[in-house]
Design a protein around this ligand. Structure first.
Ligand SMILES: [Zn+2]
Length: 393
């Protein structure tokens, strides 16, 4: 493919994003002013999908069994790969858009509309996929299981952050509910007749505390007690706790899950309280597709952006994008929207998500994402390298 044609196509896509800039900023501010928490994002989902529809995209809604999920598609000139931009738009309880998903939403919308402007010169098609409930809902886990990403060749999004980072790990995560069932009795008059379910939960925490010293460094075990009894003068006959088990690799995460379950079984034997456990969701570990990531890097650097040097295994959480990355080639890069030490899920982060710096990052992300899709659609050798790495696992 002629390099001059690729460069021209990218610059036309970037110009289209420039023209849309006021509209994208306005929409990102509107979503920021109307925060909606997981799976309640009716307004944001409507605003995004109707904007794509008005521009000529074909909109399917709802999809994947989720009311606030949608897919907007636009075909180019002839058969070819599908490039998808993923939009998150849920906010956090009380804190509003303290994870900046309003910027993710409009960056992916901008990328889709920018690419649409040049689709008459490109094979394949572009999709804007609305993925709700990232914050504790695992929306993409549900959508991936429903097959929403099965036909997609590349899935891309950006995430706001303090630093600009091409890739870092995201931990595999298992959510485990642990319940104990004991026997109530008067705590003073006849304690010997009771079976203390709260003690079983406390013993479980102690067992996990002992386990924690002997696990791989990047792993995390953390939980809360969600029910600890009803009154001090009643031996608690029911207690419950919720644990997150996280690790770099999925296999090791499952190994740790079994060890945590054994901690609860041990507490059950010690106290006589019956235990029940339920897995409430699994995030896989994130797989970054390197040929795709390197293409994004070059396209963002072409806009004058630099990347921060970080240890990709430090300061990491989990994301439902990880489950998408096991179905198709994916990237989840970070662009700085404020000071480098900006902390996620804070009021400062929410302010940065409506700041001029945040909005400029959103526009840059839209341009770099659109340019990366141009590379994918016009360079068969790149797509082959992306697929080869994905298949290699
Ligand atoms: Zn987030």
């Amino acid at each position: 493919m002629n390099e001059a044609i690729i460069a021209e196509t990218k610059s036309a896509a970037r110009e289209a994003v420039d023209k849309l800039q006021p509209k994208l900023i306005d929409l990102s501010e509107r979503i920021h002013r109307h925060p909606e928490t997981k799976f309640e994002e009716y307004q944001a989902s409507q605003w995004l999908s109707e904007t794509a529809e008005a521009a000529g995209f074909r909109v399917e809604k709802p999809i994947g069994g989720l009311e606030t999920a949608f897919r907007a598609s636009y075909s180019g000139a002839g058969e070819g790969p599908i490039a998808a931009f993923l939009a998150e738009y849920d906010a956090l309880p009380k804190l509003g858009h303290a994870c900046g998903h309003n910027l993710i939403a409009t960056a992916s919308l901008g990328a889709a509309l920018g690419l649409q402007a040049v689709m008459d010169k490109l094979p394949g098609s572009v999709q804007l996929i609305g993925t709700p409930g990232e914050e504790g809902g695992g929306g993409k886990v549900i959508m991936a299981e429903a097959g929403v990403f099965d036909d997609v060749d590349v899935a891309m999004m950006f995430h706001p952050s303090g630093k600009t980072v091409l890739w870092k790990h995201a931990l595999a995560r298992r959510k485990l509910l642990i319940e104990f069932f004991g026997k109530s009795a008067h705590a003073a008059a006849s304690p010997e007749k009771g079976i203390n379910a709260l003690d079983a939960t406390i013993q479980t925490f102690q067992n996990i505390n002992a386990l924690r010293q002997h696990i791989e460094e990047s792993s995390r075990l953390h939980g809360i007690i969600t029910h600890g009894g009803d009154a001090p003068n009643i031996v608690p006959d029911y207690s419950a706790s919720l644990f997150y088990i996280r690790a770099r690799e999925d296999d090791y995460c499952d190994e740790l899950l079994e060890k945590v379950k054994n901690c609860a079984h041990g507490a059950s034997i010690a106290t006589g309280a019956r235990v029940e456990m339920e897995m409430q969701g699994a995030y896989k570990s994130l797989r970054t597709n390197m040929p795709l990531a390197q293409t994004f890097k070059a396209n963002l650097e072409a806009l004058g952006w630099d990347f921060d040097e970080i240890d990709p295994s430090k300061g990491i959480g989990s994301t439902d994008m990880a489950n998408v990355s096991h179905v198709t080639a994916a990237i989840h890069p970070y662009l700085s929207i404020g000071p480098k030490d900006l902390v996620g899920h804070s009021t400062e982060f929410a302010e940065a998500a409506a700041s001029e710096k945040g909005q400029q990052a959103m526009i840059a992300a839209a341009k770099a994402l659109a340019s990366t899709a141009v590379d994918v659609l016009l360079r068969p050798s790149l797509l082959a390298a992306i697929r080869a790495e994905f298949e290699a696992g």
